[in-house]
Design a protein around this ligand. Structure first.
Ligand code: SAH
Length: 390
């Protein structure tokens, strides 16, 4: 008999078998709730519920989000009996790292697994002056943007606040970036909610997670270093501005309702005029602008006339552009605009006074570029499964 293999049946004599006991505790541990992802108030309420003083929440917050500990026994300002009490009731676990890949350009991508075995991807993009973590908000996506590979998958579910913050914490674990370093010395210095999913369709969990990430006594990332990208969920935009005050990026990708509705079905619900109205009211000051992302699709949205339309469209909004060369994927109906035309498009915007850099494709060798997330890993998994079945 395999000594460590848990048995599903057996006499009571075998119940105390080491392997079984280990599996039993393992299963028990899995079912304990995590303290990650709770708001400060919820954490204090949790302490009260177990007969502890609410100030314990402040101590825990420091250990969890500033020091990054994963075990209650590492919390040296908390007495042993309380450490044990916490360990009996809670965990501080992160999502499971299913795969971690690092590109030749330094981009790193994690495929993360959650308790119910669903998966999502997180990408780290190092640049000269910053390091940006691209976080997912949903498993899959409901938007079905025609150019996006993630959009060909059905939504499985929203990610919870713990799973969203957990992506950040896993990335920090990977680089050993605990305790929270000085603001000027961070590897992971910026966050973009630009991974899989539509963050404004999962607003409550995203907001809760971002508030934890911004909290000055923990991870302490300034709202100026966080950007939320939306396809344009108009009714949620003002709340996002008022409650979170993070930078906003909008996936615009077209200058007429006709084209935008064709490539982004959400435009049928929230057409351009409504979207622009909501953006005009977004709280930005002189130093901050709304970023308009614009994926360059050959002969669809990339003419000089489109560039000029774009300028008219954003009039009155403090705007900058981010031109994204289309990343092709198997089965996609679009082609990337040739680089000389992307440059021309950028120049027209620049001459009108707008910053319009062309987004450099990063991590293409590990399928970490915009619009490639998860889908490839899912495809590869299916391929492996079908090979295994043969
Ligand atoms: N749902 C949000 C967050 C996703 S962000 C949003 O739409 O903004 C991901 C960015 O990559 C979006 O701007 C998206 O439009 C863009 N994108 C999607 N597929 C792409 C592709 N194949 N090539 C280049 N950019 C793509």
């Amino acid at each position: 008999m395999d000594r460590d293999r848990p048995r599903s049946t057996g006499s009571p004599r075998f119940f105390l078998h080491f392997g079984q006991l280990g599996a039993y505790f393992f299963a028990m541990e899995k079912t304990l709730p995590t303290l990650i992802g709770l708001s400060r108030d919820e954490l204090a309420a949790e302490m009260i519920a177990i007969g502890e003083k609410p100030f314990r929440a402040k101590q825990l917050w420091h250990w969890i989000y500033n020091r990054g500990v994963t075990d209650f026994s590492q919390m040296t300002t908390i007495a042993k009996p309380m450490q044990e009490k916490l360990a009996e009731r809670y965990v501080l676990s992160r999502p499971t790292v299913v795969t971690e890949q690092t590109s030749t350009d330094g981009t790193r991508k994690w495929l993360l697994g959650f308790d119910d075995k669903n998966q999502a991807e997180t990408v780290y993009i190092p640049e000269e002056d910053r390091g940006t973590l691209c976080i997912s908000s949903q498993v899959g996506c409901t938007l079905t943007c025609q150019f996006c590979h993630t959009g060909t998958q059905l939504l499985v579910r929203n990610l919870g606040a713990a799973e969203i913050v957990g992506q950040f914490m896993t990335a920090r674990d990977s680089y050993g970036e605990w305790p929270t370093p000085d603001d000027t010395k961070r590897l992971i210095s910026n966050v973009v909610m630009m991974g899989m999913g539509e963050p404004l369709f999962n607003y409550d969990n995203v907001a809760k997670a971002l508030k934890i990430i911004m909290d000055g006594e923990g991870i302490s990332l300034s709202k100026r270093r966080i950007t939320l990208s939306t396809a344009g969920v108009v009714p949620m935009i003002s709340r996002c501005g008022e409650e979170l005050g993070v930078n906003l990026a909008v996936s615009l990708h077209a200058t007429t309702d006709e084209v935008r509705s064709r490539i982004m079905p959400i435009n049928n619900k929230y057409p351009l005029a409504e979207l622009m109205r909501a953006l005009r009211d977004y709280p930005v000051n002189n130093s901050r602008r709304i970023t308009f992302e614009y994926v360059m699709l050959k002969d669809v949205n990339d003419s000089d006339a489109d560039a000029r339309n774009l300028i008219k469209l954003v009039k009155g909004i403090p705007a900058k552009f981010n031109l994204i060369p289309f990343n092709k994927w198997p089965g996609s109906d679009f082609e990337q605009t040739p680089m000389p035309q992307i440059k021309r498009f950028s120049d027209i915007l620049f001459e009108a006074g707008y910053s319009a850099p062309i987004r450099q494709t990063r991590g293409a060798d590990i399928l970490a570029a915009c619009g490639q997330l998860k889908s490839e890993s899912e495809r590869l998994r299916r391929l492996k499964e079908s090979q295994a079945a043969e």
